[in-house]
Design a protein around this ligand. Sequence first.
Ligand SMILES: [Zn+2]
Length: 191
Amino acid sequence: MAFVDGWTCRACWKPNRPQDELCYRCKTPRHADEYEVEARRAAAAARAEEPEKVPDLLVALPVVIFRGYSRVWIRGGLGVLGLLALLAFGGVTDLGYLLLTGSLGAGLVAIGFVSREVSESMRDRELWAFAAGAAISVVAVIGSVTAFEILAPGLVNPNAIRWGSVIVFGGAGAAAVAGLVLLITRRDKAA
Ligand SMILES: [Zn+2]
């Protein structure tokens, strides 16, 4: 993806917009001299060699969990939206039901993209990401219980759904909270 009248960073080859004075990706100035470009390249290469920035299991676990959820949610949401198309073309005219199915699908896709962002930021040990992860888990528990009760009433034992949701998403929430606590306590020690 290139920009009209843009410029290409000589350190990382990222195309940048004409108004950017610094490279969007690696922060190399647009008019950096040869020496600085070379130094930036070496620094970027050294960073790429480093292992992932999540050595602690308690921090690494929620990253993996939310990355996995994100994939499942986006796919599930697209599946629900496909179902919506089938329902609509299949002659289902109950507007409330169509709206509900549509918003469930859109919600799943949206929360999937959010948790992808969250898992990326957890890798960088951003506090907000762990807090957001815990919040997403709560929303997911409530959402999945509600979705089953409305879309498939009587199909599965309600208690089984409640416990299943709490176990599946509560685990993720606990992992996110544990990561958050770990980060905060570490930060206090470092300060
Ligand atoms: Zn760059």
